[in-house]
Design a protein around this ligand. Structure first.
Ligand code: OOG
Ligand code: MG
Length: 257
């Protein structure tokens, strides 16, 4: 039997020490998706034992651009902890990561618990506020290459996230222009509609997947809807901005450590 606890430790150590490892799928492990989510959970338990708190979830592969970039076509989710949160305008030390990338997202703040099969409209009833957000992803696998169980076990590459100013839950987020810039130069341009046609669908999917995994999205949690465009590699000394039509901006800068 595969030692899921040992795999969780390998991935947690890789993340903690910013050291790339071989893909599990290329190291003799042929995990089912359920086993991969169990490894993810066990690795998060290790973070919790060090004092980290789960403060939300992130959806992955909710846009075609992301699926095409990574060559995977199934939605995934991962956990967000308080340690991953960077304040708007903050600085990120790239020494913490192996090969970080950034992607433009939309964040939901929940005011009520959410779990189970809901429509996007029902999911939005649990939302207190909406904000522009960027996720910093960093695969713990060499060359940022993985299959579906690999990336799920690796907490779907989640590493850090920055959320901009919150707006009312009634804000129309149907088809908002999203421009991600480095040093004021656009590097990715997209629309919130690229996220499953409407980001509320990503929230409804998070609710369903949480239920299937046996837990509830809690009031006060943040849910990231998934990248609307392909991700861009980060380098030291960058000023990164995401501007979302009607939702304002979110910013951070990078340094080498
Ligand atoms: C996996 C995480 C995908 C998204 O927003 O689609 C993701 C990866 O691309 O490394 O976070
Ligand atoms: Mg993402």
């Amino acid at each position: 039997m595969t030692d899921l606890v040992a795999l969780a430790q390998i991935l947690d150590d890789a993340a903690r020490t910013a050291t790339a490892i071989s893909q599990l799928s290329k190291s003799g492990y042929d995990l089912t998706l359920a086993e991969a989510y169990a490894v993810q959970q066990l690795s998060i338990e290790r973070r919790k034992a060090r004092g980290e708190r789960v403060i939300g979830v992130k959806m992955g592969f909710t846009s075609r651009a992301k699926m095409v970039q990574m060559g995977l076509a199934e939605m995934v989710w991962g956990r967000l902890t308080d340690q991953m949160k960077v304040e708007d305008g903050g600085e990120i030390d790239l020494a913490r990561f192996v090969h970080p990338r950034v992607e433009p997202e939309i964040a939901f703040l929940l005011k009520a618990p959410l779990s189970g099969r809901v429509t996007p409209t029902e999911a939005m009833e649990a939302v207190a506020a909406i904000a522009p957000a960027v996720e910093i992803i960093d695969s713990r696998y060499q060359n940022f290459k993985f299959n579906l169980p690999d990336v799920v076990a690796d907490n779907t590459s989640s590493s850090a996230f920055v959320v901009g100013g919150w707006h009312g839950a009634g804000t129309d987020i149907d088809n908002l222009g999203m421009v991600m810039s480095f040093e004021g130069r656009p590097v990715q341009i997209g629309s919130s509609a690229a996220i499953l046609g409407h980001p509320a669908r990503a929230l409804a999917a998070a609710s369903r997947l949480a239920h299937e995994a046996g837990f509830v999205l809690e009031a006060g949690w943040t849910v990231l809807a998934g990248g609307a465009t392909a991700a861009e590699a980060l380098r030291p000394g960058q000023a990164v901005q995401l501007s979302v039509q009607g939702l304002g901006q979110v910013n951070f800068s990078t340094r080498a450590g």
